[in-house]
Design a protein. Structure first.
Length: 186
């Protein structure tokens, strides 16, 4: 029988590198869904889901410390993926790489607007500002806006009610509205 996620987290926290690798493998399908959602919401169609997932893994595996629970692991993974997508978008903007050239993508949800590279960069900077003020609210934004988790899923991850997550989301939206001069989608 395979060890539980909690057991893997505990072993990985104790410095067991094989447990950290097993934890990543156990959560691979969920992380793959997270990467796919990140790319669909943020217009990163020119970078593949698996590439994003593996780049995130390299970042996560390179950390000295591990995560005390699944929620913090998934939150960190969402933050890493957001950063990778924004860095990728910024590099596409660089004039030395043909930054004036626009690549169009298919939107996966009818009527959903895909942020352009500059807007995505501005949102990322605003979330970083929020993280400096209230890291918990920034984590909600990473999980909801960038990763597409529902309020119920985020509540389960953090051990709070769906309504609590909704209130935190509203607080984060108010902060980001001020930072960006506009509001985020509901």
């Amino acid at each position: 029988m395979a060890p539980s996620i909690a057991t893997l987290i505990s072993s990985a926290e104790g410095g067991d590198r094989s447990a950290a690798d097993a934890l990543f493998a156990a959560l691979y399908s969920e992380l793959h869904r997270l990467a796919k959602s990140q790319l669909a919401r943020n217009g990163g169609a020119t970078i593949g889901t698996t590439t994003l997932l593996h780049e995130a893994y390299l970042d996560i595996a390179g950390r000295e410390s591990v995560f005390p629970d699944r929620a913090r692991f998934m939150g960190y993974a969402a933050k890493v993926m957001r950063g990778l997508i924004i860095d990728y978008a910024r590099s596409r903007q660089a004039l030395k790489r043909g930054g004036a050239f626009e690549i169009t993508t298919l939107v996966t949800e009818p009527g959903a607007a895909v942020p352009d590279d500059q807007e995505l960069s501005r949102i990322g900077e605003a979330v970083d500002e929020l993280a400096a003020v209230d890291p918990a609210l920034a984590a909600i934004v990473d999980l909801k806006f960038f990763s597409g988790f529902s309020f119920a899923e985020i509540g389960t991850m953090h051990g709070v009610s769906e309504r609590t997550v909704q209130r935190q989301w509203e607080k984060a939206r108010i902060f980001l509205h001020g930072a960006l001069g506009r509001s985020l989608p509901a």
